[in-house]
Design a protein around this ligand. Structure first.
Ligand code: FAD
Length: 620
């Protein structure tokens, strides 16, 4: 009934949607098979995209030609650039999203993408012959042929939902779980594990008293995610902040004996950095309050997401405890919080392309790889979909290095180190943070993506314009001089020492107290015509002037490390031949099969001495 495809994407979550778009836009014929076409790109948990390190990933996805940034811009209800008081390596865009519009916009964009077909069904089986993918079998009994499969089943594989001492099968609240795939993959020789995550209750905004909370407005001059011409927000919706207190904690503790987390009925490991409220009050028992963000779920709904109150405690305990939070005294619940356990596959079983080592042309992306978060899922989905497409077209894969992208760090961490608990991205995971800024994601990645046929010509043109204009600004700033009587009133106001004689404008900009955008708005500086330049380009120029030393230092470090990435290790290399490496290194190297010496050096248990032995063996 259905034709043979280049790529079948299983699952229409964040990973699946980006995989579908990337595979189709890079030239593959794609079928998206998902259990429910009404829940494509559903935000299972918080209605938000981005945040610290995650925002950088969304910018990178956008720079590559993915859709998450565009969808996030079109459906945002609030924008904030986090960490603006820190250096630019830490600036992290975040939006509050309209949950329904987000899913709707994603589906619309996929429907408008050429080369994409849809099929609502559950895949129960991947057809594998001679170690290679040939198709999938669905629960309706269809056998669909394909050259490759990207599996993005999220939290659905044998998903088990817990609320207090009750539990039942499900992939997400109100949705069936998915059975069969785990069992088949185990038969094929894959290792698997169990993880868990949780979500807070949703409540009725009309029942809250906002006068008892602090308002959190969006940025006055909101920015956006996409490097394309999406619009900046003109109106925004506020979030609110309130706190738990000892009474809330006491009520929560009274339910711990019926908590699946503490009674042992949840076996899976939960996200360390996104713990449930019951875990927080136990882990940080010295704290008498925890912050709660009251987040609207959209423009046209009264539903509220209670961020920070994720819980799987019994419903009566949730209801009693939440009423003790200031502003929630008369709260009406829409949905209770719950936890979900699901199967994942340790990602050390994957190559850098996200293709599995065991089955050719089978790719895994998203939560199935042990990650948590929409952004992490979407970044993997894009790379898996793109690489699946490149492979069927017999083209070279695209692998992003750790000094090129957070997405590169994410994938390298997963496949090299593995993860035993839900993995989320942090800026601290990246060793080259000053290179991997949100502002330069397009400069870093659009040319790479364009070269393999994904990012469009328009995107590349925009990057070239940005680079040229930045160079022009830098040249102008380094050639133009400024007199003390013009500069000093501003410098004194900015809290930095006045100049005694004429200096180059760039030397003033290099001072931390001085901001190029303030200078642009200061009429003393009008003669430099800074207003004729684009905001983004001015920002690039300023970052280059202020941080050039750090940027160059990180580049040198990265170049040094990259020399190790050039030493390729054959996948069948026999480590038992190397007598002088440690037995732990031999065991780990044999299991993980690193593709380069660089990757080998990042495996825990492989020491610098082991790497020296490998280098000598490979004649370096
Ligand atoms: P999902 O978004 O789960 O999408 C999977 C898709 O695959 C679905 O569309 C499903 O219908 C489809 N599917 C599954 N199996 C099949 C099959 N066999 N055949 C066809 N289609 C199939 N993230 C955080 O960062 N912080 C949190 O606090 C957090 N809490 C969460 C709480 C809950 C209760 C849940 C469910 C998720 C939570 N998440 C959280 C995780 C976040 O939702 C995921 O990381 C993200 O959605 C993963 O994206 P994905 O594309 O891998 O999978």
């Amino acid at each position: 009934m259905l034709k043979e495809y280049d790529v079948i994407v299983v699952g229409g979550g964040h990973a699946g949607c980006e995989a579908t778009a990337a595979a189709a836009n890079s030239g593959a014929s794609v079928l998206l098979v998902t259990m429910n076409m009404g829940t494509i790109a559903q935000m299972s948990c918080n209605p938000a995209m981005g945040g610290v390190a995650k925002g950088q990933i969304v910018r990178e996805i956008d720079a590559m030609g993915g859709y998450s940034g565009i969808v996030a811009d079109k459906t945002a209800i609030q924008f904030r650039m986090l960490n603006l008081s820190k250096g630019p390596a830490m600036w992290s865009p975040r939006v509050q999203s309209d949950r329904w519009l987000f899913a709707q916009e994603w589906r619309l964009m996929l429907e408008q993408t050429p080369n994409v077909d849809f099929w609502q069904d559950t895949v129960n089986n991947v057809i594998v012959k001679n170690g290679k993918v040939e198709g999938v079998i669905t629960s309706l009994g269809l056998e669909i042929k394909t050259k490759s499969v990207v599996l993005t089943a999220g939290t659905f594989l044998n998903g088990l939902i817990h609320v207090g001492d009750k539990n039942f099968g499900g992939g997400r609240a109100g949705e069936r779980n998915s059975k069969g795939i785990t069992e088949q993959l185990i038969q094929l020789g894959f290792d698997h594990g169990r993880m868990k995550t949780g979500t807070p209750p949703r409540v009725d905004s009309r029942s809250l008293d906002y006068s008892k909370m602090e308002e959190q407005k969006g940025d006055e001059n909101p920015s956006k995610f996409s490097f394309t011409n999406t619009k900046k927000l003109e109106k925004q919706k506020s979030c609110y902040i309130t706190y738990t207190n000892p009474t809330v904690h006491e009520i929560l503790r009274s339910g711990l004996d019926r908590s699946p987390m503490f009674s042992g009925s949840i076996e899976g490991t939960g996200p360390r950095y996104c713990p449930s409220i019951e875990e927080k009050i136990e882990r940080f028992s010295e704290r008498d309050r925890h912050q709660i963000f009251v987040e609207p779920e959209g423009w046209n709904t009264v539903e509220i997401y209670v961020n920070g109150f994720s819980t799987s405690l019994p419903m009566d305990v949730q209801m009693k405890a939440i009423k003790e939070i200031p502003g929630f005294e008369n709260v009406k619940l829409f949905r209770p919080g719950y936890a979900i356990e699901y199967d994942y596959f340790p990602p050390t079983q994957l190559k850098h392309t996200l293709e599995t080592k065991l089955v050719e042309n089978l790719y895994f992306a998203g939560q199935i790889n042990g990650t948590t978060g929409y952004e992490e899922a979407a970044g993997q989905g894009l790379m898996a979909g793109l690489n699946a497409s490149l492979k069927v077209q017999e083209k070279e894969p695209l692998i992003l290095r750790r000094d090129q992208a957070y997405i590169g760090v994410l994938i390298d961490d997963l496949i090299t180190k593995g993860t035993k608990e839900p993995y989320r991205m942090f800026t601290s995971r990246a060793e080259y943070r000053i290179l991997l800024r949100q502002d330069n994601a397009d400069i870093r990645l659009t040319p790479l993506s364009h070269a393999v046929g994904l990012a469009s010509d328009e995107r590349l043109k925009a990057v070239k314009f940005k680079q040229n204009q930045t160079e022009n600004i830098l040249q102008m700033l380094s050639e133009s001089s400024i007199e003390p009587e013009i500069a000093n009133p501003y410098l004194e106001k900015a809290g930095t020492s006045p100049i005694k004689q004429k200096v180059k404008l760039s030397s003033i900009i290099s001072r931390p107290q001085v901001s190029l955008s303030d200078i642009r708005n200061n009429e003393n500086f009008n003669s430099f015509e800074l207003n004729s330049f684009d905001d983004e380009c001015l920002q690039q120029a300023e970052i280059k002037i202020k941080y050039d030393g750090y940027i160059q230092r990180e580049k040198e470090m990265a170049d040094k490390m990259n020399r190790l990435e050039d030493v390729i290790i054959h996948k069948d290399f026999d480590y038992t031949k190397l007598k002088s490496i440690s037995s732990e290194a031999r065991e780990k190297l044999t299991k993980i099969k690193p593709e380069t010496i660089g990757q080998a050096s990042r495996i825990s248990g492989v020491s610098p001495a082991d790497i020296s032995v490998l280098l000598i063996h490979f004649g370096r």
